[in-house]
Design a protein around this ligand. Sequence first.
Ligand SMILES: Cc1cc2nc3c(=O)[nH]c(=O)nc-3n(C[C@H](O)[C@H](O)[C@H](O)COP(=O)(O)O)c2cc1C
Ligand SMILES: CC(C)CC(=O)C(=O)O
Length: 396
Amino acid sequence: MHAFGFDLRPRAPRPLLTVDDYRRAARRRLPAMVREYIDGGADDLATLTANRAAFARWGFRPRVLTGHQSPDLATTVAGVDLDLPVLLAPVGLTGLAHWQGDVAAARAAERRGTRHVLSTASSWTIEEVAESTTRAHFFQLYPHSGDTATALMARAWNAGYRTMMVTVDYPVRGNREGERRTGMGPPPTLTPVQALRMCRHPTWTYQTLRHRRISARNLVEGGGVAAAVESVEIQERHLSQATLNWDDLTWLRDGWQGRLYVKGILTAQDAEKAVSCGMDGVVVSNHGGRQLDFAPAALDVLPEIVAAVPNTEVLLDGGVRRGSDVIKALALGARAVLIGRPYAYGLAVGAEDGVARVLDIFAEEIERTLALLGAPSVQALDPTWLRPHPTPLNAG
Ligand SMILES: Cc1cc2nc3c(=O)[nH]c(=O)nc-3n(C[C@H](O)[C@H](O)[C@H](O)COP(=O)(O)O)c2cc1C
Ligand SMILES: CC(C)CC(=O)C(=O)O
């Protein structure tokens, strides 16, 4: 209906076409402390920013008239066939993004033919996630005290997890000032101002308080705010693994019968050591710029790590937001990538469907980019498809 030249019809919502659209929509839905927890990074955010910038310094060398139809996106990680070279990274406390958290994420991964890596600090227990899915997913371990690590490994194995990733870039928690400013802690503090801010997000507040999936459930049973505080304290005491060393990695290798990956490797030397400890794979990662600031961008160190351990599966995470980013990482030698924040945005916006849609966006973008490149499959990618650009290609 038009009156006086104005269109009074309600405007159709803006379609969410990209990961960045999901990010904006998620940020609108979440209170400040959760926004900072998910989206923030350490100190000056140098590594967080560098993760993205590294992708812009690579362009493509397309090949024309190659005659390939429907590029093939399938690959294998840890012996598991995937329809898409994108896994869901371990993300702790997903219940803060949406109360259905890890269950929704694992189910979405399953629907899209990939795998979710369940965090030790998940909002649903190992058993709950395993029961709500049909395929074997991957488990991430923060190897704190020996007893707890043994117990967690036994629970994961009994629940059907066969691939484990040990995260080693968390000797202490990184300094996330955005979290501290908004009351996320540690420990979390709920001041009257923060409580008021939460009231601006009534749906989130109602659902989160009703379902109370806000603690690290594998470590603390129960669910109220007290448990969330306790779980962050536990995380400070144990997850911070300050004394962890290479012998512990060997000990973990002996105690886990399945495939074992180490997550948080940033140098060729450490990748070599990890392989000599019997690791089946390494994840090149700076924890999404949340731990050591001024650690290198994951993509920048990927080539030297791939060269150092040529017979080992190398995965990468950090800053992957576009299908073209996935292709660049694969061309530089990664077997697959993991995404963290992008699926947390999907969760916040639309639970399981939101995560599935984010995976669809990646699949569509990878497929289209391969077709435009003239590449037949993700398996065919190598550095010859890329051209380095010291000045970022999107700088203008
Ligand atoms: C909110 C949040 C929680 C995370 N929790 C964990 C965790 O429990 N265990 C872990 O190994 N990594 C954790 N990470 C790091 C991710 O696994 C991954 O390395 C990182 O998110 C990749 O960067 P991206 O967010 O730019 O994709 C977390 C990341 C985020 C954003
Ligand atoms: C709950 C935390 C242990 C999750 C984490 O690893 C992170 O915040 O980066």
